[in-house]
Write a protein that binds this ligand. Structure first.
Ligand code: SAH
Ligand code: SF4
Length: 437
């Protein structure tokens, strides 16, 4: 039987983590790794869905496609998988029969499993998606993904990690014990699952009664990395996934309609701008370090000044390409007039939008959402200073799909596997692995 150590070595991106409630209570910034699990490989033939061009090329080479043919074959597969949404190699009519048979023998076009789909009264959809198992100890990580339709756009909120290593005090995801990075294929697969479900392929139609944009554009026109996880702690796979999502011959999402939200991982912000060239959102939430240290503990590593300096240096910033500053409205905590004025002062000189988010409570959360009058007053101060400050309408509240409410059940599934792992290699082995990485 493969040991956990073997599995972990095969995937340098895997970073599963747990935190004890005591550690969280003691105010740890991040949780620590306990167990590594590789991501991606489905039993009975790996899926090609979500792969980058290079990965597809390797997959074709592995079944004996000649070097001189690779480029052309990758282009064909790319078109079928990402432009048409093909689910079966048999659909690929311009690919020779022999190669189709070889592909079908070695690979699949399987999507990750949709465990559940919930549709809100307001048309918001939330999917619980289970990634394929990666080995005997892994039942498959679960993540959530949310689709928010409006008349003139459809926004997909994707996850970048299972859970989150960070522990923001107002965020439900931050309480999740199990964490690992998603692979780029698993990130892309969320968009594929959404397009399947709402019929967003050339020959597909939306399910009866579904709320989708009616402006003639794609049903998924925007992506926000605002689901589970801190995208900049998984920057390599996030950048690779954005490359696939924005490819003009496939999924064709505009990079300007992709927004990556970070709690403030300052050292990776430049890389995001220069390599992914997407829009940036910053989870600011407080205007004084003392309070931000508590709400967004990564602030203890990179404080507000460092964060705003990194924003000023973000590649491609202009009045047409502004940074969105997210600010969650917490009653009596960060919502005074003085906070609003300080927010405006801090952002001076940065091309910015301010997004006020009503706090979404979750079972056991210790905050309340600011009163509506308070939010209006706060927004008024920000508006008078020259910022449009839309208050984000909570969507999908009835299905717990709103910001910061995503938390999967995976950790429960994992508890048993963790026990088994400890029996197999012993807890010291696990810690040795973390130290050796
Ligand atoms: N980890 C990234 C992206 C995911 S969170 C980040 O923190 O930016 C997406 C947004 O939802 C962030 O601004 C986050 O602070 C906010 N959020 C988290 N919990 C929330 C809650 N309970 N109510 C409202 N917004 C919340
Ligand atoms: Fe992680 Fe973002 Fe939640 Fe903080 S707000 S715990 S960074 S998902």
């Amino acid at each position: 039987m493969a040991t956990v150590l073997d599995i972990a070595k095969r995937n340098p991106n895997a970073a599963p983590v747990t935190v004890s409630d005591a550690a969280r209570a003691a105010g740890f910034i991040e949780k620590t790794a306990e167990l590594n699990v590789a991501a991606g490989a489905a039993p009975g033939g790996a899926s090609l869905v979500g792969l980058t061009r290079d990965q597809l090329k390797d997959s074709l080479a592995a079944i004996g496609v000649a070097e001189r043919e690779l480029k052309m074959r990758v282009a064909q597969l790319w078109h079928w998988i990402y432009f048409r949404g093909a689910k079966d190699f048999a659909e690929m009519t311009n690919v020779g029969k022999e190669l189709r048979a070889k592909l079908a023998a070695a690979y699949t076009l399987a999507r990750p499993q949709v465990v559940s789909e919930q549709v809100s009264k307001d048309g918001t959809r939330k999917w619980l998606i289970r990634m394929p198992s990666t080995g005997p100890l892994d039942k498959g990580a679960e993540i959530e993904c949310v689709y928010i339709p409006e008349v003139d756009r459809g926004t997909l909120c994707v996850s970048s990690q299972v859970g989150c290593t960070l522990t923001c005090s107002f965020c439900h995801t931050g309480t999740q014990r199990l964490v690992r990075n998603l692979t780029s294929a698993e990130i892309v697969a969320q968009l594929i699952v959404a397009r399947d479900s709402i019929g967003d392929w050339p020959d597909a139609t939306p399910p009866e009664g579904a709320f989708v944009p009616t402006d003639g554009g794609r049903f998924v026109s925007n992506i926000v990395f605002m689901g589970m996880g801190e995208p900049l702690y998984n920057i390599g796979d996030v950048v690779a996934a954005i490359d696939v999502m924005s490819d003009g011959e496939g999924l064709t999402l505009s990079r300007r309609r992709i927004t990556v939200s970070t709690s403030g991982v300052v050292p990776q912000m430049e890389r995001l701008g220069s390599q992914a060239n997407t829009m940036l959102a910053i989870s600011l939430h407080a205007v004084r370090d003392e309070l931000r240290d508590e709400l967004v503990p990564i602030n203890r590593k990179y404080d507000i000044k460092q964060l705003l300096d990194a924003c000023r240096a973000y590649p491609g910033l202009s009045n047409a390409r502004r940074i969105t500053f997210e600010y969650v409205m917490l009653k009596g905590v960060n919502d005074s007039d003085a906070d609003a004025r300080e927010l405006v002062r801090l952002l001076k000189g940065i091309p910015a939008k301010i997004n006020l988010i009503p706090f979404n409570p979750w079972p056991g959360s210790k905050y309340e959402c600011s009163d509506w009058e308070r939010i209006e007053r706060f927004s008024e101060i920000v508006y008078r200073a020259g910022y449009a400050s839309p208050v984000r309408t909570p969507r999908g509240r009835d299905i717990l799909a709103a910001c910061g409410q995503l938390k999967s059940e995976t950790e429960k599934l994992r508890a048993r596997a963790r026990m088994m792992a400890e029996q197999v290699i012993g807890a010291e082995g696990i810690y040795a692995l973390r130290d050796g990485e």
